[in-house]
Design a protein around this ligand. Structure first.
Ligand SMILES: [Zn+2]
Length: 185
């Protein structure tokens, strides 16, 4: 079901989560009120009953992500500039994918480290260090002097592998629900 003003994209849970995390509830209200039209920052703040500074802060955050743009015009009567905003919401999918790719890079290097390192951990407090360091310290815990024993990191590796697989799948299919990009145009 295509919604003419582009609001279908907000139905997606990944998209909503992204906006909740980066902009909060006021951000989502601004997006909803700006959907499918153009409006000045002043009129948005007024309509939503929020401070102009807050509305501007959120709009510029959207602008940083290239999810909104503005046109600046000079009001001849009052002599100052007016900023008229509009959204570019379909780009949010690229933004989400870019963020996930960064997380994927981090997880991949952690997986590399885990698979290429032999760990030892303390029998008292589970403090975990690589074999090289454990050996230098004569297999005594740097925290409590307890005994260090071989620590199987299979569970850590499996968890990382499944997080990586999940992310790769999400990067290939950025929309979580029964939406497709054609509906967002
Ligand atoms: Zn210890």
């Amino acid at each position: 079901m295509k919604m003419e003003n582009g609001s279908a994209i907000m139905e997606d849970s990944n998209v909503r989560q992204f906006f909740e995390e980066t902009l909060g509830d006021d951000g989502i209200r601004i997006i909803n009120t700006l959907m499918g039209r153009e409006a000045t920052d002043e009129s948005i703040a007024e309509e939503l009953g929020i401070k102009l500074n807050l509305a501007r802060k959120i709009l510029y955050k959207l602008y940083d992500y290239r999810l909104a743009s503005y046109v600046r015009t000079k009001d001849k009567d009052i002599g100052w500039y007016i900023y008229t905003w509009k959204l570019n919401l379909p780009r949010v999918l690229d933004v989400i994918v870019e963020r996930k790719k960064k997380v994927l890079e981090d997880l991949s290097s952690r997986l590399d480290y885990e698979t290429n390192t032999v760990f030892f951990s303390c029998t008292n407090d589970r403090f975990r260090i690589p074999y090289d360091i454990a050996s230098e310290r004569e297999f005594r815990c740097p925290q409590c002097e307890g005994t260090l024993e071989f620590s199987n990191n299979e569970v850590v590796v499996e968890r990382l592998e499944s997080e990586i697989a999940k992310l790769q799948d999400e990067i290939e299919n950025p929309l979580t629900e029964a939406l497709n990009t054609a509906q967002l145009q």
